[in-house]
Design a protein around this ligand. Structure first.
Ligand code: PRX
Length: 579
């Protein structure tokens, strides 16, 4: 069913005037303009200066930067001035360990306030920060720390216990800093207590800031083959975080902003730290997980005005029902955006009914570092569309020969390189990085089409990567974990369509001689992957097959497993060895 375009309210009835308007979206644009807007007399273009320190020496010094609510319902508030001092201290802690520019510092932490001091302290020093998702099991943590050659890990007592077994496999890891909020933890050998180290560090930072082209942050992202790769971003990305905060999230000085993404993923850093704070905006961080009533309470209690969330969360709210929303005063909300997976038109319409405004979908990736395509506050929303490219970015749909195809034709979604937050490399994988560029375009790995008015519409991915609740899962990682079990001969993993999470992970498994496909074994395999990888990544379903379809060279053909699952024609099977 086609949904009609949602017109914008008359300008006089809008709560604020949107920062971006139609002429600005389509007029000529040069990123230098934004860089000039941001550059003050210091000339600094780097994340910690633009997001924290420049506010700490301005009238915004005492403005709340972070309003944090813990799982226990208690809140804490930190101003820009507080974050400047705390990140200075952490930079000094690191430099006391001999950490220097370019070294890798990783966090494996819950969403606690200390995380923000660690991220910005690391960035001040010019070291590279690698934030990891707290739900990871030991293997993803080991793989990422090892690949990056991390020298420092900042973690918590609980999370440290989860990964104790893999620490011996990380010879380059020199320091483990423990954030112990309970102050009960008995420090182990080679461990440092965060609060003690911070107390004895100076709150003055006398080093020099990193440059715009220095590496700043790395996020690991999954591909079809091999282990996840570290996409590396530079400090210049701040320019685009700032610009998209203004244009897409439509930040205004007195906004209270809430980004629901975890800082272990790129949305949680680019839009849970850099975009709001380069704009000097107050943000709320909620430590707890998803629960409809808890989420609505956060909006109500803190009078959230701008909300950035994800389609799965919206579908879960829809499932909880309109009555759950009606128990709360959500009238503070002025602008709602979503990212990470396709936002179905029904969800946009539901927003209109429950929040009296549409949800604004936008598109980007770990590699792009910031939003590239969006529905804007000023623009009518076409439900189901990702919107139009931001100023200064050219996006196109290409055919298989990597030349542009006309509107209405499906093809590769591609971006002309040169946007400020573009990734600079995959750590240790320069060839893979180069392979993402064809004929002068960055090839995103997504398929899409445009309509005659320049709106982009998502079609699907071109690879086997699974998008479950907005988390990208590489099938290879799950398959590798499964075949470590003594009963498993082969494993093939696909994404199975799901009404809430978009896709769930489904594994097909064949067993070695002498093993039986029992419900107990199925449970054991699910638990194994949950423990080793993460609950979000573990297969929701496991199906036992006598053998899996393979090419003559022995590669499992996931495409056929997916076709079988969906009841679709098997397509070209000429390279098939057996099934
Ligand atoms: O396939 C697209 C999907 O998520 C991928 C990027 O995921 P990740 O690198 O984890 O980045 C997360 C930050 C957004 C994309 O290649 N995706 C993202 N946004 C949308 C989307 N699919 C459809 N509609 C979107 N708005």
């Amino acid at each position: 069913m086609d949904y009609p375009e949602i017109a914008k309210p008359e300008p006089g009835r809008m709560k604020v005037r949107p920062n971006l308007d139609a002429p600005a979206l389509s007029s000529g644009f040069d990123w230098q303009q934004i860089e000039n807007e941001l550059r003050d007399k210091t000339g600094e273009i780097n994340l910690p200066y633009l997001a924290i320190d420049r506010h700490a020496t301005s009238p915004r010094r005492d403005k709340p930067a972070l309003i944090w609510e813990g799982r226990n319902g208690k809140s804490e508030c930190y101003s820009f001035g507080d974050l400047a001092l705390a990140s200075n201290r952490f930079a000094n802690v690191l430099s006391g360990f001999g950490i220097k520019k370019g070294d890798r510092v990783f966090t494996f932490l819950e969403r606690v306030p200390e995380l923000y001091a660690v991220v910005f302290g690391t960035l001040k020093l010019g070291a590279i920060i690698g934030p990891l998702f707290a739900d990871f099991g030991p293997e993803p943590v080991r793989d990422r720390l090892r690949d990056a050659g991390a020298r420092v890990l900042v973690t918590s007592p609980t999370l440290k216990a989860h990964i104790a077994d893999i620490l011996a496999e990380l010879p380059e890891l020199e320091h483990i800093i423990i954030v112990d909020r309970s102050r009960q933890y008995a420090r182990g050998e080679k461990e440092i207590l965060f609060h003690q180290a911070m107390d004895s560090a100076s709150p003055d930072f006398t080093g020099s800031y990193p440059g715009a082209d220095d590496y700043a942050i790395m996020h690991y992202t999954s591909g079809t083959t091999g282990k996840p790769k570290g996409a590396v971003h530079i400090h210049r990305a701040a320019i685009q975080h700032y610009a998209t905060g203004k244009w897409v999230l439509d930040f205004h000085e007195n906004d209270i902003y809430w980004c629901t993404a975890d800082p272990g993923w790129v949305t949680g850093t680019s839009y849970g730290m850099f975009a709001p704070w380069t704009n000097g905006i107050t943000q709320v961080v909620y430590e707890g997980g998803f629960r409809a009533s808890a989420w609505y309470s956060i909006i109500e209690k803190y009078r959230v005005t701008v909300w950035y969330t994800a389609p799965t969360a919206i579908r879960m709210l829809m499932k909880a029902g309109e009555v759950a929303a009606a128990h709360h005063d959500l009238g503070s909300l002025r602008h709602i955006c979503s990212v990470g997976e396709p936002l179905n038109p029904e969800a946009v319409m539901w927003g209109l009914k429950v929040f009296q405004q549409p949800i604004h979908d936008n598109w980007w990736q770990t590699e792009t570092g910031a939003i590239l395509i969006a529905n804007y506050a000023f623009m009518p929303v076409r439900p189901g569309s990702m919107g139009r490219p931001i100023p200064g970015v050219r996006a196109a749909i290409l055919g298989d020969d990597y030349t542009e195809v006309p509107p209405g034709t499906e093809g590769h979604l591609a971006i002309r390189p040169g946007w400020p937050s573009m990734f600079q490399t995959y750590w240790h994988s320069p060839d893979l990085y180069q392979s993402r560029f064809k004929n002068g375009w960055y090839i995103t790995g997504d398929r899409a089409r445009t309509d005659g008015d320049g709106y982009f519409w998502f079609v699907g991915r071109t690879d086997d990567v699974i998008n479950t609740a907005g988390h990208l899962v590489g099938p290879f990682e799950v398959e590798s974990a499964l075949i470590e079990h003594p009963a498993v001969a082969e494993a093939g993993v696909i994404g199975k369509p799901d009404p809430i999470a978009m896709e769930v992970v489904k594994a097909f498994v064949s067993l070695k001689e002498g093993y039986q496909p029992t419900p107990e074994l199925r449970r054991e395999l699910v638990n194994l992957t949950r423990r080793k990888l993460a609950a979000a990544v573990a297969p929701r379903e496991i199906e036992f097959l006598p053998s899996l379809p393979k090419t003559r060279s022995g590669k499992i053909m996931r495409r056929l497993l997916k076709a079988k699952e969906l009841g679709l024609p098997l397509g070209d099977t000429s390279t098939l060895e057996e099934f």
